[in-house]
Design a binder for this molecule. Structure first.
Ligand SMILES: Cc1ncc(COP(=O)(O)O)c(C=O)c1O
Length: 368
């Protein structure tokens, strides 16, 4: 019998360099025979408070009949609500299946063989995946103390092959953050023919002047700001996020997305989440308390940590694999960062108060 033709030879260029995305382990995966309910997941930057009561009520109110129908493909009601809350027009908004989809759609629009994409070393891994998946050339600019080197990134954008640049602010997994003035300076330095995505998945957690990046969209036609309902709004499982850009660009991206990319439950919950100002404030306060506790413990124990403005902290260990195993044996799941080029580090997401106490106690047992 003739052997089937090896289809690998036919894959689009770049695909073979993509390593699969490795999500944080779930309690079920990590339990290893123990009761998964004993584990605290501090591995995926989710909201330990769950979602807010208004979103929960909206989800419960979705009827079986509504689930049998396709969702509103335009997400019109949610776009109106977002537009009101952000001070833009609905035409500026692109909804996505998670902000991850928005990051991918922009890559689909601008990248391909023969062009390049700029992002920082140790930036969110999806930038590299999206670049390679389109056969484009990744330009990974060395970080500066785990943050983006915005000057070097702007210089890299002068290369005529560069069509897209990703900036994560705050960045995952390092937690680094750049002042609005620095980000604006970057936008001014980048040629207008380079599209910039300013990824603000953790924006709502930023204390002290997160800045008016959405307002910049009116000034910079090459800017899209992306945000997520997965983080402070606690809707990660529903997969919903959005991008804000000039209406011409948002309209073009709307033409290339799937017709029903955002499901009805996500749309209903996100609309309610926008109204739940009290839950967002409570989540932000809980994160502030948690960071104070965790960062205080790391400092007391002499464990190096990178400054963070998000809902997680990156900590450095002489033996990160050993530290991971120790925390896991105490029922605490953190995120090893070896696959992201940070072998001596773990990323620890803030948990519920009791989980943070367990974390601190476990760190003290191992490192005091
Ligand atoms: C920096 C950053 N951007 C984007 C995302 C994607 O989030 P989502 O697709 O859940 O909106 C994440 C998720 O962890 C992230 O850390």
């Amino acid at each position: 019998m003739r052997r089937p033709r090896p289809l690998e030879n036919l894959y689009a260029p770049g695909i073979e360099r993509i390593a699969p995305y490795r999500p944080g382990a779930s309690p079920e995966q990590a339990a290893g025979g123990r009761d998964p309910s004993e584990f605290a997941k501090l591995a995926s930057n989710e909201n330990p408070l769950g979602c807010g009561p208004l979103a929960a009520r909206a989800l419960a109110g979705v009827s079986p009949g509504a689930v049998a129908r396709y969702p509103d493909g335009d997400g019109a009601a949610l776009k109106r609500a977002l537009a009101r809350s952000l001070g833009v027009e609905p035409g500026h908004i692109l909804l996505g299946n998670g902000s991850n989809e928005v990051l991918e759609l922009v890559a689909q629009l601008f990248l391909g063989p023969g062009v390049a994409c700029v992002y920082s070393r140790h930036a969110f891994v999806v930038y590299r995946l999206a670049t390679l998946a389109r056969g484009a050339r990744p330009v990974e600019v060395p970080d500066k103390d785990f943050g983006h080197d915005l000057d070097a990134m702007a210089a890299a954008c002068q290369d005529p092959e560069v069509r897209l640049a990703y900036v994560a602010n705050p960045n995952n997994p390092t937690g680094s953050w750049h002042e609005p003035k620095a980000v604006r300076g970057f936008l001014e330095a980048v040629p207008p023919g380079v599209m910039v995505i300013l990824d603000e998945a953790y924006h709502e957690y930023v204390e002290d002047g997160p800045g008016d990046s959405i307002g910049w969209v009116a000034e910079f036609d090459n800017l899209m700001v992306t945000r997520s309902f997965s983080k402070i709004h606690g809707l990660a499982a529903l997969r919903i996020g959005y991008g804000i850009a000039n209406p011409e660009l948002a309209g073009t991206l709307n033409r290339i997305r799937q017709p029903f990319n955002v499901n009805a439950l996500a749309q209903a919950a996100a609309r309610a989440a926008l109204e739940d100002v009290e839950f967002v404030a409570r989540s932000k306060e809980a994160n502030r308390d948690a960071l104070r506790k965790i960062e205080g413990a790391l400092d007391r124990l002499g464990i190096a940590r990178a400054p963070t403005r998000a809902n997680f902290v990156m900590a450095g260990f002489a033996d990160a694999a050993g530290a991971y195993a120790h925390l896991l044996s105490d029922g605490l799941i953190t995120r090893p960062l070896e696959s992201q080029g940070l072998p001596g580090h773990l990323r620890i997401t803030t948990g519920a108060p009791e989980e943070n106490d367990r974390l601190v106690a476990s760190l003290e047992r191992a490192f005091a």
